[in-house]
Every structure is written in structure tokens, then in C-alpha cells.
Write a protein of this length. Sequence first.
Length: 348
Amino acid sequence: MKKFKLILIMIAVLIAVIVAAGYFFYQDGIGAAKPGDTEPVTVTIPKGSGASAIIDILEENGLVRNKTCAKIHVRIGGYDALQANTYIFTKDMDLPTMMQVIHTGDFAYLSKNAFTVIEGATIPQAAESVAKELPFTAKQVLKKWNDRTYLKTLIEKYWFLSDTILQQDVMFPLEGYLYPETYFVTEENPTIETVTEIMLDKTEEELSARKDAIKAMDMTVHEFLTLTSIVENESLFEKDRPIIAGVFLNRLAKDMALQSDITVLYALQEKRVDVTYADLEVDSRYNTYQYAGLPVGPVCAPSGPAMDDVLHYKKSAYLYFFATKDGEVLYSKTLDEHNKVVSENMWY
């Protein structure tokens, strides 16, 4: 009997040793493939990849210490959702950490290219920003953004786009519709279409939040963005935007020409301060000296704050304004008052 008990104890000890050894073997097997190696390793997880296929991909990139242990881990790890994307790992990371990143799509580990479209940027400037950080040329981006067949697919997808952007006199159809923001592209080989939709998705977010307010102004989205884009670039300081918006709305209500230098410069595709009498003669539907009402389309990318300043414009009797050299804006109710202000403060 004692001998039998001894055998049971020995078996139990053996099992414990085996279990302990197995546990330590497993823990070691799911550890870092190469501790201390912090060199970035870029890994792309395709859509539809299962846990087992992901282990194969990680192993191919030298990120798995023991494939058998890794396969066991993903079976018992409860990874019910795995996010396809391109990630940046290191061989110093253990398997559970990498799998958790893929499970959640942790933004911190995504491979990403960033580009920024600034407030008041034009479509050519936006194309340059995209091309600076992504594998396209500005010429390729502009070609896509002017492709009428492609634009029609966007019109079908986004509620705020309409055939209005395809008017003959519109210089760049997506002008005003690509929201100014810093964008992160996480795909390893993004397309121009992908990047465009990332930007339009942001525009949709901004416009949807203001949809009812825009409607209350009795304006189409295109008209609203057109007016806002002018206000964006006509004002140097935020405090002036609501007042300038009110001036333009006053002029529109009186069927007066907007006479915005910004629109003339846009027609000429130039960025400067001074506008000559010869400039004012340019025959363009963007020239608000030659054509009454709003121009045919936006002249830049307006920001959310500028949108809000137009929606909550300041009511006044002003019909004119003039910016001094230091950026101070002087407002006038009559043409005589305005002419006097200009004569006394002309600086260019």
C-alpha cells in the first residue's frame, strides 16, 4: 500500500513537472522572437485573415519565437475579431501584445502617412500636400479629382455632392469639399480614391453636424460652402469673420455685386494681396466684380469655425469693408464712407 502511494506521489510529481515544463515552454514560446531588437517591422494583415494565417504572416516576418506555441495561443486567446491593416511591430514584442494590437486595431501601431490640408487651401495646394507624403504626383491627384466619371461615383455616394460641381465654369469640382485637416492614411499601398474618400468622410461629418442650420439659411450646400470659402480667405482674424459674412449677406440681399478680391485672385489662380484694375477685368464666373451674386463655386477649403461664423453671422448695416496693413478691418455703410476709408488707409 505504501509502495502504491509512493508511486501515485511520483506520478503526481512527474505530471506537475511536465505541466510546469509545458507552461514555461509555452510562455517562452509566445515571448519576443528577439528580445532587445527594436528595429521596426512592417506587417500587412489582409482582409479576411484568420488567426492561424496571421501567425504565418508574423512568422514570415521573424516575429514568432515558436510557431506551435503561437498557434496554441491564438486558439485559446479569445480573439473574436482581428483588424486587417498595416502594422509596425518589433521583434522585441511578445505575441500576446501583437495579437491584442491586431485584435483592437490599435492606432498607435498602425503604419501611417500623414498629410495636412490647411484652412483656406485650394485644390492644387491640397493635391501638393497629398503628393508630398503619399506615392502620387500632384498631377495624378488633380487628374483624378477632375475625372468626371469618378466624380459621378462620388456624387452617388455622398449626400452633399451634386451635379452642381460639374458645371462647365467650375475650375476644380471638389474645391471647398475637401475639409482642411491633418489626415492619417494607414494602408500600405493607398489609392487616390481611398485618400479622397477619407477626406470626404470628414467633410460629411462636418456638414452633417450643420445640415439643419445650413438649410435654415435657405442655401444649398454648394452655395453655403462658396460663401464660407470667401469669408475664410477674406479675413485675417477670426473676430472679423462673422461681421464680414454679414456684409456679404447684406450685399446679396440687395443684389449688389460681392466685389471680393479673393474671388478675382482665384479666377487668376494667384495668391497675393494687391489686385489691379486689369485683374478686375478677368472674364470668369468667379469674378464677383463682373458677375453678380455668389461665384460659380467655392474658392478654397473652408474650416468648421468659418462655417459656424457664417451660420452665426453678425447682423449690421455694413456694406463695405477694408483691411489695413496690420489686418484691422474697417467697415462702412455707404460707398462714400468706404472710399474715404480706402483713400486714408491704402497701403498696397
